[in-house]
Design a protein around this ligand. Structure first.
Ligand code: DON
Length: 303
């Protein structure tokens, strides 16, 4: 299996030149575009790794899966989806304009930035407590107690995240979010700067594939939560590329501008891929190629 993974990495390495590392968050420019790694974990306990799977990168939008998990644990499906819709959008991840349409009452889905900011606002706790609860959940699910956040990326994002700030204040003025806006944004910026490896995100994928059970069998959330997370990833996880991705890869996935892609195959497997050069949608360009090849090679397309 590791031979297959190495071959897939080598076959997709050329794509790195066709993408670019995210530059709208200045600290992300420091990422090494040549890093490329993968980890695959199946429900039988097998773990396969190749390439730069020990390299850390910031989780970025992959954190939206975990904040949604916690918001669902805290509030239940009905309350969460009163505030955020379930629907994919053809707009990019940082879209803002529809939030000001007179008929808009909530962001389209929890995977775009506006929806994710609402999701974060729904996590119970005041100030630091929200972030600490989310970090604890991520450490539990990844079974890695050493996970923390990157202070430099957090501060860089806090300083330059004006569009996210605009969205949050607009949503506050329209009554889509409650609570202290700066507090919510602070948690959002910090959650995006949590550092993980391909192994950590593969473990999140495996946890969801195992219907929210840890490797020793403890259940953290219910089966319904696993279904919601998987469905939202499959329909919205790769932004306005989600339809083509579902058709060409067929693995419910979530990307982040740090270069990670988390994949989950119900009852079967978790996948973590990392390569920081991105395509026009903000998805890892080589990561997409790797997921497509892996899907073909191992017959993983769930559709
Ligand atoms: O809010 C932002 O713009 C980033 N912290 C996260 C965006 C992101 O990861 C989009 N992903 N492809």
């Amino acid at each position: 299996m590791e031979k297959i993974l190495n071959k897939i990495i080598d076959n997709n390495r050329y794509l790195i030149k066709e993408g670019a590392v995210a530059d709208y968050i200045p600290a992300l420019l420091k990422a090494n575009p040549n890093h490329i790694g993968i980890c695959v974990m199946d429900v039988d306990g097998n773990i396969y790794k190749a390439g730069d799977y020990t390299e850390k990168f910031t989780i970025q939008s992959i954190s939206k899966v975990m904040s949604l998990m916690l918001a669902l644990i805290d509030n239940g499906e009905d309350q969460v989806f009163k505030k955020i819709d379930y629907e994919p959008t053809e707009e990019p991840f940082n879209t803002l304009f529809k939030l000001d349409f007179p008929h808009t009452i909530k962001p389209s889905n929890p995977m775009i930035n506006s929806g994710a900011i609402v999701t974060t606002s729904l996590i119970k706790g005041e100030g630091e407590e929200r972030f600490n609860r989310l970090l604890t959940l991520i450490r539990t699910v990844t079974e890695n107690p050493n996970i923390s956040y990157n202070e430099e990326v957090y501060l860089s994002e806090k300083e330059t995240g004006n569009k996210n700030r605009a969205m949050a204040y607009l949503m506050k003025s329209r009554g889509f979010i409650e609570g202290d806006v700066e507090d919510i944004l602070d948690t959002y910026f910090k959650q995006c700067s949590i550092e993980v490896t391909a192994v950590d995100i593969a473990r999140i994928g495996l946890f969801i594939a195992n219907r929210c059970k840890l490797s020793k069998g403890d259940r953290i959330c219910d089966n319904k939560t696993a279904s919601i997370l998987t469905a939202i990833m499959a329909t919205c996880g790769m932004y306005n590329f989600s339809g083509e991705y579902a058709s060409t890869v067929g693995i419910p996935s979530k990307s982040g501008v740090g270069g990670g892609i988390l994949g989950t195959i119900p009852y079967k497997m978790g996948i973590g891929v990392f390569s920081p050069a991105l395509d026009q949608y903000g998805n890892s360009i080589a990561g997409y190629g790797i997921m497509a090849d892996l899907s073909k090679e191992l017959n993983l397309n769930i559709f």
